[in-house]
Design a protein. Structure first.
Length: 146
């Protein structure tokens, strides 16, 4: 009988260790390298307009179209935030007349940002924002296709 209890305890311990290992592996399953958009080229700027202002306005329109909010707006930089329930993300969008970037600034703990990896939903949100900015830069009607 004593042997049966020992085997039972060993089996239970193995089960708990296996469960903990699978749980830990599952926590990282949704993590991916942080998507940082670096110096995406600006295309489609109409002739005869202030190019930097055009890029700025396209970024602000794209931010609003995706449900983000402009948290800070200074020459050459837009800071945008999105809130979904208890989750939030804040990105910096530096821009010039010829390019723009999207850089992680802050996110809620649920995104598990560690400096290199982040939850895949962050990357999805940033990629959709990038697509909207690109579409806005291409001109009227292009944003609906993104």
């Amino acid at each position: 009988m004593r042997t049966a209890k020992i085997v039972s305890c060993v089996s239970a311990t193995r089960f708990l260790v296996l469960g903990a290992a699978l749980s830990a592996a599952g926590c990282g399953a949704n993590l991916a390298p942080v998507l940082t958009i670096n110096h995406a080229p600006v295309v489609g700027t109409p002739a005869g307009v202030d190019q930097t202002a055009y890029v700025h306005d396209a970024i602000v329109r794209a931010v609003a179209s995706r449900g983000w909010v402009v948290a800070q707006d200074v020459p050459g930089m837009v800071v945008a935030t999105i809130h979904r329930e208890a989750l939030f993300v804040t990105v910096e969008i530096p821009y010039t007349a010829t390019d723009y970037s999207i850089i992680h600034r802050e996110s809620s703990p649920e995104f598990k940002f560690d400096g290199q990896r982040v939850h895949k939903h962050y990357n999805h949100w940033v990629d959709r924002l990038r697509a909207s900015i690109t579409a806005e830069l291409l001109g009227p009607g292009a944003a609906k296709k993104a």
